[in-house]
Structures are given as C-alpha cells and as structure tokens.
Design a protein around this ligand. Structure first.
Ligand code: DX5
Ligand code: ZN
Length: 220
C-alpha cells in the first residue's frame, strides 16, 4: 500500500498572515498544500483568485494542489499552470466535456483531478477513471470550510476504490470537507489516499502538532 497524504487547506489559514501559515505548513509533516479557488457562481462563495495564488506559490515548498470550484475552468488551465499549480482539480458538475478538460490539464504539465459533489455518484467516472490522477470526493457541500462531514462518504470511497482496482488505474482518492482525527483512519481504511483538512488544522492551537496527529492517526 502507498503512503497516505495530508493536505492542509489554506482556506482556513489567516489571510492577514498567509506567509506565516504557509511557512508553518512547510515545516510540518504535511504533504500537499490544498488551495481552494471559488468563483461565486459554481459555489455560493468567493475565496481568492490569481494574484493571491501567485503570492502563495512563491512561498510553498510542497505540492500545490489546486481545487477549482469555478464554472468554465477550461479557459484558465494554462493560467493555473503558469501560477504554479502542480495538481489541478475541476468539478465533474462544471465540465460538460470532461475528457477534453482532463487532457488539457495533463497537456499543460499538471496532474489532473476531478471532484465530485456529495450528490454525484462515483460510477459516473467509470469511463474516465483510467485517465485521472486524482478523484476528489467532497465530503461536504463545496463553498465553505468548517462544515460537518457527510457519513455517506465512506461508501463512496469504497465503491471508487473498487472501480480503481478493477480498471487497474493509479488514481489517488482525495477527501475534502470535515476531515479530522475522528474520521481520518476510517477514510484511509476505506481506500482514501489524501486527506484535506482546513479548520481542523488551522483552528487548532498548534497546527504543526495537529498535522502530526492526523498523519499518525492514518499511519498503517
Ligand atoms: C470547501 C473546500 C475545502 C475546505 C475544507 O469547499 O473545498 O477544501 O477548505 O475545510 P474543512 O476541512 O474545514 O471542512
Ligand atoms: Zn477543497
């Protein structure tokens, strides 16, 4: 089995002290930076855009895992590559020509991810799974940090894991929303590879220790 990864979400960082919070993740046991881009159309919230992403990636020393919660992501794929995204995840629900979008992401030199809203069944990825580097299962409705974890997620992870094994794919399963030490182990046991954690990390008194706790909670 491959190593399980932790991706703190900068959405929960202190935006007035962003560099400080980025350095904190740099020195921690975290594996990826999870960076949420929201457009106020696909989701009912706006996070931050290109100039802020550019400032962020100038300081991050780990994989930049960019989660796009935007409509029409195709028009920005090359922009996000130039801004330092290593992984680019688009929403299934925002992409009518998903296969083309995924090929464009890979063509721009990034790992391609597809995110599923809580109501979107994993079986819809059956004909594209072999092309995907990452599937991000939303375990809350996208748009906000600090929401509570949707329990149906475990079942989706197991079903997706089975599909990945059947298709002999190398796809990583990433979970986003309401992740903590209370559900992390159960998620990785079900087949999750990457856990995103926002408020659980940054609202704790010692984020570095919290990242360590999460990492050891899921260590096999
Ligand atoms: C929500 C974002 C998440 C968010 C998770 O739309 O995609 O990445 O930051 O935050 P928590 O871990 O607080 O649920
Ligand atoms: Zn996210």
């Amino acid at each position: 089995t491959t190593a399980k990864l932790i991706a703190p979400s900068l959405l929960a960082a202190d935006f007035a002290n962003l560099q400080r919070d980025i350095e904190l993740v740099n020195t921690s046991e975290a594996d990826w930076f999870h960076i949420d881009i929201m457009d106020g159309v696909f989701v009912p919230n706006i996070s931050f855009g290109m100039p802020v992403l550019k400032a962020i990636t100038q300081h991050t020393k780990k994989v930049n895992d960019v989660h796009l919660m935007i409509t029409n992501p195709d028009q920005y794929i090359h922009t996000f590559a130039a801004l330092g995204a290593n992984n680019l995840t688009v929403h299934y629900e925002a992409c009518p020509h998903l296969h083309r979008t995924v090929q464009a992401i890979k063509g721009a030199g990034m790992k391609a991810g597809v995110a599923l809203n809580p109501h979107t069944p994993v079986h819809l990825l059956e004909d594209i799974i072999a092309d995907l580097d990452i599937v991000l299962i939303m375990s809350v409705n996208p748009g906000f940090g600090g929401q509570s974890f949707i329990e149906n997620t475990y079942r989706k992870v197991s079903t997706l894991k089975e599909m990945i094994l059947t298709k002999n794919a190398k796809t990583l399963i990433e979970i986003d929303g309401g992740v903590s030490t209370a559900n992390g182990k159960k998620l990785t046991d079900a087949g999750a590879d990457v856990l995103v954690a926002g408020s659980f990390v940054f609202n704790s008194t010692d984020p570095i220790a919290t990242i360590k706790d999460l990492k050891s909670a899921i260590a096999h």
